[in-house]
Design a protein around this ligand. Structure first.
Ligand code: ATP
Ligand code: MG
Length: 154
């Protein structure tokens, strides 16, 4: 997908969020969305749109210095048989190894079925991400405001 503005990236994220929330009736569902791309390619911008679509009312900002922020979903969202209550936004730019993420209580967060997770700089912890993680690639386009956004499964 090609985005030509910040707003368009947020709108793409809203569409993506609605699609994955509709997508499956299975018990076992993807709950990690990995956002991979260089600095300034729109990962946080995408997260803002995604969180808005989930019903997060709080303003979403980059968690760079905190590594993770937890957001409440105002009206828990149902997907399949699961209700999501919290959305987590990770920025692992400052993390070098999976252990540092595990030390932040990652196992507990990921194993709670009511949580959904978006992760920036996910390649640093690829080893500990679930197999069914959805990977989204962000790249700079030809002009200043162009971004190429590609959804893959790996
Ligand atoms: N098409 C576009 N989509 C998204 N952001 C855009 C676009 N065009 C310009 N921008 C600008 O690019 C910047 C993207 O910043 P953002 O924080 O979302 O990037 P990021 O990938 O999260 O970077 P970082 O790796 O530093 O966290 C913003 O300043 C935004 O205004
Ligand atoms: Mg960011």
């Amino acid at each position: 997908m090609l985005s030509k503005s910040k707003l368009q990236t947020q709108k793409l994220a809203v569409r993506f969020a609605k699609k994955i929330l509709r997508s499956s009736q299975d018990l076992k569902l993807t709950k990690v969305i990995a956002l991979r791309g260089d600095l300034g390619t729109g990962k946080t911008t995408f997260t803002q749109g995604f969180m808005g679509a989930l019903g997060v009312r709080h303003r979403v900002t980059s968690p760079t210095f905190l590594i993770v922020r937890k957001y409440e979903i105002s009206t828990p969202i149902k997907r399949g048989f699961i209700h999501f209550h919290h959305a987590y936004h990770f920025d692992l730019y400052r993390i070098q190894k999976p252990k540092e993420l595990l030390d932040l209580g990652f196992k507990k967060i990921i194993s709670d079925p009511h949580n959904i997770l978006l992760i920036e700089w996910p390649e640093r912890v690829k080893k500990i991400l679930p197999k069914d993680t959805i990977w989204i690639e962000f790249e700079h386009g030809k002009s200043e405001k162009e971004r190429i956004i590609t959804v893959t499964s790996d």
